[in-house]
Design a protein around this ligand. Structure first.
Ligand code: COI
Length: 413
C-alpha cells in the first residue's frame, strides 16, 4: 500500500516487514469460493472452523466442511480486489418476533445465501430498513487476529436509526459480538495486510408482513461479509466530482442523518448520469438553499483552507460518519482548526484541498469538482492533509501504528 512507506516514522516495529510483504504468504490459504452448502444435518453440526470461545454461543450451526478452509479450490486475486461482491462462507442472522418483547434473542451463524422474505414485509413495501458498513483488517503477524474499527459506534448509529425508523435494534454488545462471529467464521476471506479488508454489512429490516402503513411485526438483523479493496475505480488516485443542484439526497426533517436503505436508491439517477459523463461521483447541495454542501453519494466531504478544515455539520440531513468523526479528531491532533458548520459551494471553490471520508472510501482526495459546468481544481498528492490522514487512519486500523485512542477492537483468532 503506497501510504505505508510514507508513514514509516509513525509505524510500530512490526509494520515494516508487513509493509514489505512479510505477511502475504499466509493469505493465499484457501482464498476460494466455498463449495455449495451441504444439506443441513439434523440438529445442526458444530462449527469446527470457529475457535472454542465462539462455538459456545452458536446455536444450530449448519454443518461446516473444513476442506473449505484447508484446500480452498481456487485463489482470489488479492491484488485486484475492488468493491465488488465476493460471497463468503457465513452470515449472521438474528430475528426479533412479537413474543420477544422488543428485544433480540440470540442469533446464529448460517451459510451465506438467500433469505426468505414475505412479499408483504415492511422492508420490501415501505423501506423499513437500515444498514451499516464496517471493515475488519488482518493484523500484523506478530499480533495475530483481526482488527475492527470503532464497532460500538456502528452499533449505536444503528440504534439511533432504528429509533427513527420504528424498529427494535440489537444491543451494542449483541451487535459487536455478532460482528466478531461473522469475521471469525469468514476469516479466510480477510485480505492480506495492505491488500484490503473484509467489509461487513450489518442489515436491520422489517421482515414481518404488513399491509397497511405501520411498523412490521417482526425484524431481522443480518450481517454478511465480502473482501474488498478500494471503493472507487480510481483506486487511491484522486477523484473527480460533479455538483448536482437538481437532485437532493436529503431534506430537513427527513432521514438523511440515519443510515436507512431509503437514502441510497434515490441517488442512483444522479450518480449514473455523473458516471456517464466521466465523473467519479456526485456532490449534493442542501435542498433548501441549494448552496451548502451536504455529502457525496457514499461519503462525507471536507474542505481545507490554510490551517482550517471545514465539514458540513450533522444536523439531520448528513450522515454522521464514523470515519468523518475520526478524521475530525485526527486533524485537530495535527493542529488544524476544525469547523463543523454550513459549508457553502463558494467555500469549496475557494479551498486548497477537498477530500471525502467513509468506511468504504476511507479518505479519498478530490482533484476536481465541476459546478455549473466549471471545473475547479484542488491540491492532491504526498504533502496534503488527505494523504496524511489516510496514512494515519489506515495505520491505526491495520494495527501498524499504536492505537492511542482505543479505537480498534481485536478479534482474536
Ligand atoms: C460505507 O462506506 O460503508 C457505506 O455504507 C457507503 C456505501 C454506499 C458503500
Amino acid at each position: 500500500m503506497a501510504a505505508l512507506s510514507s508513514a514509516k516514522g509513525a509505524l510500530l516495529p512490526w509494520a515494516r516487514s508487513a509493509a514489505h510483504g512479510g505477511l502475504l504468504a499466509r493469505v493465499l490459504v484457501g482464498g476460494a469460493m466455498p463449495p455449495p452448502p451441504p444439506p443441513p444435518t439434523a440438529g445442526g453440526g458444530r462449527c469446527s472452523l470457529l475457535p472454542r470461545r465462539w462455538q459456545s454461543s452458536l446455536p444450530q450451526l449448519d454443518h461446516v466442511d473444513r476442506s473449505d478452509e484447508e484446500s480452498g479450490g481456487g485463489e482470489i486475486d488479492w491484488d485486484s480486489l475492488g468493491f465488488g461482491l465476493t460471497p463468503t462462507d457465513y452470515m449472521y442472522v438474528m430475528r426479533c418476533s412479537p413474543e420477544d418483547g422488543g428485544g433480540f434473542p440470540r442469533g446464529e451463524l448460517r451459510r451465506y445465501g438467500n433469505i426468505e422474505l414475505s412479499p408483504s414485509s415492511g422492508v420490501l413495501n415501505y423501506a423499513q430498513g437500515l444498514f451499516e458498513g464496517m471493515k475488519a483488517y488482518r493484523r500484523p503477524e506478530q499480533a495475530g487476529g483481526y482488527s475492527l474499527f470503532r464497532p460500538e459506534e456502528n452499533a449505536r448509529r444503528m440504534q439511533h436509526g432504528a429509533d427513527r425508523m420504528c424498529m427494535p435494534a440489537p444491543s451494542v454488545e449483541q451487535f459487536v459480538d455478532a460482528v466478531k462471529q461473522t469475521v471469525l467464521a469468514n476469516r479466510r476471506w480477510v485480505p492480506p495486510q495492505g491488500k484490503g479488508a473484509l467489509y461487513l454489512r450489518p442489515l436491520l429490516m422489517g421482515s414481518g408482513p404488513i399491509l397497511g402503513l405501520a411498523p412490521a411485526p417482526e425484524y431481522t438483523f443480518l450481517i454478511y461479509a465480502a473482501p474488498v479493496g478500494n471503493y472507487f475505480k480510481e483506486g487511491l488516485a484522486p477523484i473527480n466530482l460533479v455538483v448536482d443542484d437538481e437532485f437532493h439526497r436529503a431534506m430537513p426533517g427527513g432521514t438523511g442523518g440515519v443510515k436507512t436503505i431509503a437514502n441510497y436508491a434515490p441517488v442512483l439517477r444522479a450518480q449514473m448520469d455523473a458516471k456517464s459523463k466521466g465523473f467519479t461521483d456526485v456532490l449534493y447541495l442542501d435542498s433548501v438553499h441549494k448552496r451548502y454542501l451536504e455529502e457525496v453519494s457514499s461519503c462525507n466531504v471536507f474542505v481545507v483552507k490554510g490551517g482550517v478544515v471545514a465539514t458540513p455539520a450533522t444536523r439531520g440531513t448528513i450522515l454522521p460518519g464514523i470515519t468523518r468523526k475520526s478524521v475530525v479528531e485526527l486533524a485537530m491532533d495535527r493542529g488544524y482548526k476544525v469547523e463543523e458548520r454550513l459549508v457553502s459551494i463558494d467555500d469549496l471553490i475557494d479551498a486548497d484541498e477537498v477530500f471525502c471520508t467513509g468506511t468504504a472510501v476511507v479518505v479519498a482526495p478530490v482533484s476536481t469538482v465541476t459546478y455549473r459546468g466549471k471545473r475547479h481544481e484542488f491540491r492532491t498528492g504526498p504533502d496534503t492533509l488527505a494523504q496524511e490522514l489516510y496514512t494515519t487512519l489506515t495505520s491505526i486500523q491495520m494495527g501498524l501504528a499504536e492505537d492511542t485512542k482505543g479505537w480498534t477492537v481485536a478479534v482474536e483468532d
